[in-house]
Design a protein around this ligand. Structure first.
Ligand SMILES: Nc1ncnc2c1ncn2[C@@H]1O[C@H](COP(=O)(O)OP(=O)(O)OP(=O)(O)O)[C@@H](O)[C@H]1O
Length: 260
């Protein structure tokens, strides 16, 4: 049996009168690209925020790499091994691409504040190693030539790739991508798809929220569909595409959009 990377069960979250998540559970195996889809407002981002420690759930059990964890604080979750990107890109705009990735790597460094303040030899050696690794990651995602550019000067698609490099820098057990294709043109989407495929082939495990159904269906090994906070389907892309509840949820959502 393939080992679980993220296993959650019974996750619920309420905002006032709104049940944003009801008893959601999923089991992501090592090496999978796992898709989380659903119409607008279905609870996808809330789920991401819960597993990464941004929101406190009302209930739920959580295991990462076979160990129970409590998603209480973002930095703790990052250390435990989930790295994420955001729907609205969150980079340090005035830092270089290389520095942005180096920040990600510091989650795993040892010198600490003392070393940083007194610039001890151990600290300097570690910084050089971190910079070298950051450059490798920029090359890996295909933007190595922009290492010295400020993040805000990169194109939208390249900023998204930079976010992925920064997430990879933490050496995560799971990388969670929140709408990585948002705002990308068709060519950028092809490049993104190749990158995600490569990350999986290199042995990583990925959880993906994505609105682009073609991308999800082409990339994901398994998919969970949320609608009004409830899990209405789980399975392979082919299974969920045929599921009547899923078709209804999407048609309903599209009909609602068309009416606006
Ligand atoms: N911090 C919050 N306070 C109150 N309500 C919230 C909060 N965050 C999300 N919600 C509500 O919870 C529901 C689920 O929202 P969520 O953003 O998780 O959906 P989503 O599936 O990610 O949607 P989208 O595809 O539009 O990003 C929505 O009705 C939203 O308004």
């Amino acid at each position: 049996m393939t080992e679980s990377v993220l296993k959650v069960a019974g996750v619920s979250k309420r905002f006032g009168g709104l049940q944003a998540l009801s008893e959601v559970g999923l089991d992501i195996k090592k090496g999978q690209v796992y898709g989380l889809i659903g119409p607008n407002g279905a609870g996808k981002t809330t789920f991401f925020n819960v597993i990464t420690g941004l929101y406190t759930p009302d209930s739920g059990s959580f295991e990462l790499g076979g160990q129970p964890y409590r998603p209480q604080a973002v930095h703790q979750v990052a250390k435990t091994g989930i790295a994420r990107t955001f729907q609205n890109i969150r980079l340090f705009a005035d830092m270089t691409a290389l520095e942005n990735v180096m920040v990600g790597r510091h989650v795993r460094t040892h010198s600490g504040l003392f070393g940083a303040v007194f610039r001890t030899p151990g600290f300097k050696a570690e910084e050089a190693a971190i910079a070298a690794r950051a450059q490798e990651l920029l090359d890996y995602v295909g933007i190595g030539r922009y290492a010295r550019f400020k993040a805000r000067t990169l194109s939208y698609g390249d900023q998204r790739r930079l976010e992925i490099a920064r997430a990879l820098a933490t050496d995560p057990k799971l990388i969670a991508l929140d709408e990585p294709a948002a705002g990308m043109n068709a060519t950028e989407k092809v490049v993104l798809r190749e990158l995600i495929d490569r990350i999986r082939n290199d042995g990583r495990t990925i959880l993906l929220i994505e609105h682009d159904v073609k991308l999800v269906m082409g990339l994901c090994d398994r998919v969970t569909v949320l609608d009004y906070g409830k899990q209405i389907a789980e399975g392979t892309p082919a299974d969920v595409q045929r599921n009547e509840k899923v078709i209804e949820a999407y048609l309903g959502a599209h009909a609602a959009h068309a009416a606006h």
